[in-house]
Design a binder for this molecule. Structure first.
Ligand SMILES: Nc1ncnc2c1ncn2[C@@H]1O[C@H](COP(=O)(O)OP(=O)(O)OP(=O)(O)O)[C@@H](O)[C@H]1O
Ligand SMILES: [Mg+2]
Length: 446
């Protein structure tokens, strides 16, 4: 199991962070000061360290020096201030990445997934489902409808090749999942799968992140930094939101795809890489070309294999299958499983799902929390026929009420409806537990 160290002087934040990291399959130590952190490192060097930039006894950057000999530790700096300069400084000193607070949980998870994916535990068998030939699934994707069957045929054909793939589809249709499935079904399955969200990383850092830099390539570049391409060697690089990559970098990316080699920033030796690239976008790529966001030559290079993920509204029949699957995942933790009433399933089937599978997954999670034994229509959001009657309560606000006040009343009423259970309330409100705690603290102080 990979090991993480989280360092921050705010105990509430630290415990929420540790819980999140553990949830991603890491053993986790925590520390509130640099001193504690050093003690923890000597106890067990972590695979990844998430370190706050400002600590009571110094700067998180100081800790980087301790990792010099342990080049395998990925150090991720966290900063409460949108202090890009310190973050860039940290990257020059050898940090792998930085996150600004409040943390983007999606990015944090993708960093952790990268660390976990390069663990040498290569004798781990592939997830059974990756190899399954059940008609209702392929790799990690579920769905038995004809559009999904067509998709599976295409994915099965392209997975074993090294062809670049461009995944297209509305938000929430499963592009991330399709990229991971392609990797699992390829000969690269045991090598790293590294996702990089081109839209979530600052344009000034993306080049160094992708291609790496040499020691001394700019003032203070204390260590050589390997980019995503080198770290994904023999594996798969998933370039999400490809249209957000700066055009000048798209030229460099195209060159790497064509030559199979790259130059680190400040380097003059070509480094050969064997990486399969999967890209994704939820925009129309041809429109992106017309708007100058995507280079045409790169599009043609990536489009060797264009793959469209169908929206959920075109996948009649899959709603039942997916809803039952997601409910089953929540039921796993219960002795008495909850099940859908016929009415509830029929409301789910009739909905158009503009947010696709992601929306369905969230609706089922919320319904599961609200349901006592049976998941009825009243557990669905109002837009799906869940009339706020019976158990559900209504709040009324006069025009002139401030947003802060509405938020306060909604939070307190939800907490009340959940019998004081903060985790449940945070889930329903769609905020992190930490955000909920922060709000409650402010109300207490007011
Ligand atoms: N076919 C599917 N089977 C099972 N789960 C799915 C499927 N498609 C999507 N999901 C789930 O729905 C959620 C959204 O999927 P995913 O992140 O892959 O969408 P996306 O197309 O990458 O969206 P975006 O454009 O917003 O990044 C995830 O939790 C994913 O596990
Ligand atoms: Mg995605």
């Amino acid at each position: 199991m990979p090991h993480a160290l989280a360092v921050d002087d705010d105990p509430n934040f630290l415990s929420a962070l540790a819980e999140l990291i553990e949830g991603q399959g890491f053993t986790t130590y925590t520390a509130g000061t640099l001193r504690d952190a050093r003690a923890q490192v000597s106890r067990r060097p972590p695979d990844v360290a998430l370190v706050d930039l400002y600590l009571p006894d110094g700067s998180g950057i100081d800790l980087l020096k301790d990792f010099d000999s342990l080049t395998t530790t990925e150090v991720v700096l966290m900063t409460g201030h949108a202090d890009v300069e310190s973050a860039v400084e940290a990257l020059r000193m050898g940090a792998s990445d930085y996150l600004t607070k409040p943390l983007d949980i999606g990015r944090l998870k993708s960093i952790l997934a990268n660390v976990a994916s390069v663990q040498p535990a290569n004798d781990v068998p592939l997830p059974a489902e990756a190899e399954s030939h059940d008609a209702g699934r392929l790799g990690l994707l579920l769905g038995a409808s004809p559009p999904m069957q067509q998709l599976y045929t295409l994915l099965r054909r392209v997975a074993p090749t090294d062809a670049s793939v461009l995944l297209m589809g509305e938000s929430g249709t499963g592009k991330d999942l399709a990229a991971q499935s392609l990797h699992l079904l390829s000969r690269r399955a045991k090598a790293p799968f590294l996702p990089l969200n081109c839209g979530a990383i600052s344009p000034t850092l993306i080049e160094s992140e992708l291609f790496g830099h040499e020691r001394g390539s700019f003032t203070g570049a204390a260590r050589r930094h390997k980019g995503y391409f080198e770290r994904a060697h023999l594996g798969t690089l998933f370039l999400d939101e490809i249209t957000e990559m700066p055009p000048e970098l798209q030229v460099k990316l195209l060159r790497v795809l064509e030559t199979g080699s790259l130059l680190r920033i400040g380097g003059d030796q070509a480094v050969t890489v064997d990486v399969r690239v999967i890209a994704a976008t939820n925009r129309d790529p041809h429109r992106a070309v017309a708007e100058g966001k995507l280079r045409e030559d790169l599009l043609y290079r990536l489009q060797v294999f264009p793959v469209h993920l169908p929206p959920l509204r075109d996948r009649a029949g899959d709603v039942d299958l997916l809803a039952t699957h997601f409910l089953g995942q929540h039921n796993e933790r219960l002795e008495q499983p909850k099940s859908f009433t016929a009415d509830c399933l029929s409301n789910l089937r009739e909905h158009l799902w503009p947010g696709n599978v992601r929306e369905l997954k969230n609706v089922i999670h919320r319904a599961f929390i609200l349901a006592d034994g049976e998941v009825t229509t009243s557990c669905l959001p109002p837009g799906l026929g869940g009339a706020p009657e019976g158990g559900a309560r209504t709040l009324r606000f006069d025009v002139g009420t401030s947003i802060a006040d509405v938020e306060r009343q909604l939070i307190l009423a939800t907490l009340d409806a959940c019998g004081g259970n903060k985790r449940q309330a945070a889930d329903i409100l769609g905020v992190s537990l930490k955000t909920l705690y922060n709000r409650l603290n402010t109300y207490r102080e007011a």
